[in-house]
Design a protein around this ligand. Structure first.
Ligand SMILES: Cc1cc2nc3c(=O)[nH]c(=O)nc-3n(C[C@H](O)[C@H](O)[C@H](O)COP(=O)(O)OP(=O)(O)OC[C@H]3O[C@@H](n4cnc5c(N)ncnc54)[C@H](O)[C@@H]3O)c2cc1C
Length: 432
């Protein structure tokens, strides 16, 4: 029993018991210094921050090479974005073959666009397959490279169990940042928002439309989340109005019997981005019609060019456009100000609303805790170098899942990082 408890709370104990340490790590035993509340622990393998799909992918690739890692996750489960911060009707936006993690394909019986529940089940199977045991309820609050010692110092605060928070400093050679491009909800400053008398909800807290039945809902934002939440509201007999401040590319999810994403990737093997964009816009016009008639102006740059310049993802239509065309979802211009019971728009019109839903996106939280400014930008918390060069920093620092290319990009990062750390172990005396 005592051994069981220890194995749950002490990751080092687990590794030793199963004899999983690779030959290179056997000589570096973990050490604990200090009292329980202020522990210092030497961990001989890489520390991974975040147990989303990216962190799990890295841990699996490392495990496959015999390298144990230690994952810290601030919430109480894996893939917390998917499990705790997304709406019920969510499915993968891209076909499953572009979303599987390294070393384990999706079950063949999964549909082309798995539901979020299926995706989470896949990740749970992934964790079992590679025997990955993240440390839950452990937030990384600081990570800093100690140049004199040649090690990273990673500080965590654990809130599991009792009310007392446990602070620990981990010392390690490698830090893998896997906290995601969507770590924190973005709540923009909108004039008058604090005056609004009804609920104001970010999409990260939206689950399903039934609680908004018969309500007049202002959805601020028209990305994939804003479009899908508006559709969900409509399907639950609410009355959504969606704010489209700028221009937006909306594309059919499928074209010519193939996924738009898959078709674009295929065409890009032979054609330039501009040519593929022209093709996508031509087919989109034939399938969807002129979206500007419904208040959805297209940006000047084509969808793929815009994505590579600004990271802005085109919206893949899952039925929202039909509801916009039928008038069930209304399109509104930018909000000038929010009032107690409604909103005034940029064109001067005023309308009453019961609820405001902010589909205003997410941002990285890396600058809050990583004390490093060369590799990660302080401005947006993303690696400064764009894909495919944004996975490796200096002194054993890595980034996984910051490519603006979803799960496919994260998988590529994970494979590269594991290879690099393995190489380092083979060549670097300190690792032996
Ligand atoms: C609604 C929605 C739909 C999407 N659909 C798709 C899709 O179909 N296909 C696709 O490829 N991509 C999709 N994406 C993008 C998606 O975010 C990523 O593909 C995927 O979740 C990224 O995984 P990640 O591990 O990098 O980040 P996340 O899933 O965000 O995981 C990061 C983890 O790090 C933890 N964390 C953060 N900070 C700390 C800290 N300081 N200490 C400890 N832990 C921390 C978080 O709690 C979280 O569990 C979608 C995103 C959203 C929001």
């Amino acid at each position: 029993m005592e051994a069981e408890c220890k194995s749950v709370h002490d990751p080092f104990y687990c590794h030793h018991q199963r004899g999983n340490f690779s030959r290179h790590f056997m000589s570096m035993k973990p050490a604990m210094i200090g009292a329980k509340a202020e522990r210092r622990v030497l961990f001989p393998g890489p520390i991974v921050v975040g147990a989303g799909p990216s962190g799990l992918a890295v841990a699996a690739c490392l495990k496959d090479k015999g390298i144990p890692s230690l994952i810290f996750e601030r919430s109480n489960c894996i893939a917390s974005l998917w499990q705790l911060r997304t709406y019920d009707r969510l499915r993968l936006h891209l076909p499953k073959r572009f979303c599987e993690l390294p070393l384990l394909p999706f079950p063949s019986w999964f549909p082309t666009y798995p539901t979020k529940q299926q995706f989470v089940a896949y990740l749970e199977a992934y964790v079992r397959q590679f025997d990955i045991q993240p440390v839950f309820n452990a937030s990384v609050v600081a990570a800093e490279y100690d140049a004199a010692a040649g090690f990273w110092r990673v500080r965590t605060v654990s809130s599991g169990g009792g009310s007392e928070k446990e602070r620990t400093e981990y010392v390690c050679r490698w830090v893998v940042v896997a906290t995601g491009e969507n770590a924190e909800a973005v709540v923009p400053e909108i004039a008058g928002l604090e005056e609004f008398k009804g609920p104001v909800v970010h999409t990260s807290l939206y689950r399903r439309g039934d609680v908004y039945r018969n309500k007049r809902v202002l959805v601020v934002g028209c990305g994939n989340s804003g479009m899908e939440v508006s559709l969900d509201l409509c399907n639950h007999n609410a009355h959504p109005s969606m704010v489209v401040r700028d221009s937006v590319h909306i594309l059919p999810r499928e074209m010519l019997g193939r996924s738009t994403f898959g078709l674009s990737m295929w065409l890009l093997k032979w054609l330039s981005v501009k040519t593929v964009d022209r093709f996508l816009l031509l087919v989109a016009r034939l399938v969807l019609g002129d979206t500007s008639k419904f208040g959805l102006r297209r940006p000047q740059l084509g969808p793929l060019e815009l994505k590579s310049h600004s990271g802005k993802t085109p919206v893949l239509d899952v039925g929202t456009l039909a509801k916009i065309k039928s008038g069930d979802i209304k399109v509104r211009p930018a909000v000038r100000r929010i009032m107690e019971h409604g909103a005034e728009f940029a064109d001067g019109t005023v309308e009453e609303f019961d609820v405001v839903i902010l589909a205003t996106g997410y941002q990285s939280n890396v600058p809050r805790w990583l004390q490093e400014r060369e590799f990660f930008s302080e401005k947006d918390g993303l690696p400064r170098r764009p894909f495919p060069n944004g996975w490796k920093g200096r002194n054993g620092l890595y980034a996984v899942g910051f490519t603006k290319r979803g799960l496919l990009g994260a998988s590529l990062d994970a494979l590269r990082i594991a290879q690099d750390i393995e190489l380092c172990c083979k060549t670097d005396e300190n690792c032996r």
